[in-house]
Design a protein around this ligand. Structure first.
Ligand SMILES: NC(=O)c1ccc[n+]([C@@H]2O[C@H](COP(=O)([O-])OP(=O)(O)OC[C@H]3O[C@@H](n4cnc5c(N)ncnc54)[C@H](OP(=O)(O)O)[C@@H]3O)[C@@H](O)[C@H]2O)c1
Length: 396
């Protein structure tokens, strides 16, 4: 009988929501997976929700927390994966990143380009996959297209995302014509938000990029990433429901958020809304800020899951708004893999060039040790983080 595999460190949440660094058996890889020796991982808001019992992992996925990792390939990867033992890679995971060893779907693993990050390769790599792939996804769903000049000068034109027709086959979402000329990025200082602002401004060339954030210093950070204007957070409180469901939409109560967007957007309205806030007062505030034929891409519910706003449907109808809701973690492997592959071809090379020419870079707020995971979650929950908190798992 072969001796049992040595135990590894891994973080799971207890039923009460506490984070526990335990010693557990390492994962085994399925035929379509590869094992990674994790060097660093990063905290996502979804990890906090999972720890609180509000975002369980998909069926069959490890309860170990962690949606992304940077590390080196272990063992013998599946034939045809293009990976080799010892490769430095980053991976988009459905779970398991807060551990010494993670099992990753080979389609969701990207080899880091030569020269990536120097001694800091793992820290910079750990901050990429969940936030940047999510941001890339919502901008594509929003109809963003890389300008022909940029595409010609910086590589091949934007590739199709194989296997990722957003509704599971055909027809895929048609490109928005013309591409959005203005985008409103909510929670722009967040992990996803900092990526979305940079991608919108520098990669997709959207001329007007408006970002919301909770404090003046956070708004300054968002402006430094390329936003053309910044505004406060959307209102938290939902307005009272209309007396009659058939009444015409009332104008939203003015607030610094709506006033700011109106002042910054051409004509006072935006072509694309990237909405991580969802409910609360944001839900009713947003429709009047959208241009005719705008896209509203909903990808989070930071502001809550409820909103008392029967006027919203009429406002969306009047503007012919496309409301798209999307997720990433629970999608089939083919969808996640297609998106990751497109991101690897189209965006990662520009990130590797930073700061020598490249304009896209993960924003790392601070680096903490895996042992300090509880403090890292508290820091993210405090809303004081700009970009990402990275957890170093192995010594550099
Ligand atoms: N659907 C997908 O594919 C997908 C993928 C990844 C993430 N997400 C979602 O995207 C969102 C952002 O994730 P993240 O990891 O980037 O977050 P994060 O880095 O933790 O940042 C979240 C930020 O949102 C703002 N915020 C917090 N509470 C809020 C509230 N009640 N109302 C309005 N704003 C609030 C805060 O910034 P300010 O104080 O500056 O406002 C906070 O720093 C989450 O909802 C997450 O679940 C979705």
């Amino acid at each position: 009988m072969s001796p049992p595999a040595p135990l590894m460190r891994a973080v799971v949440a207890t039923a009460g929501g506490a984070l526990r660094l335990s010693r557990v058996p390492p994962p085994s890889a399925s035929p379509s997976q590869v094992l990674l020796a994790v060097a660093a991982t990063a905290v996502n808001r979804a990890d906090l929700l999972q720890a609180a019992g509000r975002y369980p992992p998909p069926d069959g996925v490890t309860p170990v927390l962690g949606l992304e990792a940077a590390g080196t390939v272990m063992g013998t990867p599946p034939a045809g994966s293009g990976l080799a033992r010892g490769d430095r890679v980053v991976a988009l995971l459905q779970g398991g990143g807060y551990a010494d060893v993670a099992a990753a779907d080979v389609g969701c693993v990207l080899r880091l380009p030569p020269g990536w990050g120097g001694d800091d390769w793992a820290v910079r790599g750990a901050a990429v996959m969940e936030a940047w792939v999510a941001a890339y996804q919502v901008l594509l769903l929003g109809g963003c297209v890389r300008p022909p000049a940029a595409a010609a000068g910086g590589g091949p034109p934007p590739p199709p995302i194989e296997g990722t027709a957003p509704w599971g086959g055909s027809p895929p979402l048609p490109p928005r014509s013309p591409p959005p000329r203005s985008v409103l990025v909510t929670a722009a200082a967040a992990g996803v938000g900092t990526a979305a602002v940079q991608l919108a401004a520098a990669h997709f060339g959207v001329p007007v990029v408006i970002g919301s954030a909770g404090t003046p210093s956070r708004r300054a950070a968002v402006a430094a990433l390329g936003a053309t204007a910044t505004v406060p957070r959307p209102p938290a409180a939902a307005p009272a429901a209309d007396a009659s469901p058939d009444a015409p939409p009332p104008p939203p109560p003015p607030c610094a958020y709506t006033d700011g967007v109106r002042a910054a957007a051409p004509g006072g309205v935006v072509d694309l809304l990237l909405d991580a806030v969802g409910g609360g007062g944001a839900w009713a505030a947003h429709p009047p800020l959208l241009a005719p034929d705008a896209r509203w891409v909903l990808y989070g519910a930071l502001g809550g899951a409820r909103a008392a706003t029967p006027a919203v449907p009429a406002a969306l109808l009047a503007r012919r708004v496309s409301l798209l809701a999307t997720t990433l973690r629970g999608r089939p492997a083919a969808y996640r893999g297609g998106l990751v592959a497109a991101f690897g071809r189209e965006v990662l090379p520009s990130m590797a060039a930073f700061p020598k020419g490249g304009r896209l870079a993960p924003v790392v707020h601070t680096v903490m040790r895996l042992d300090d995971v509880a403090a890292a979650h508290e820091l993210v929950a405090s809303n004081a983080v700009v970009g990402k908190v990275v957890l170093r798992v192995a010594d550099p």
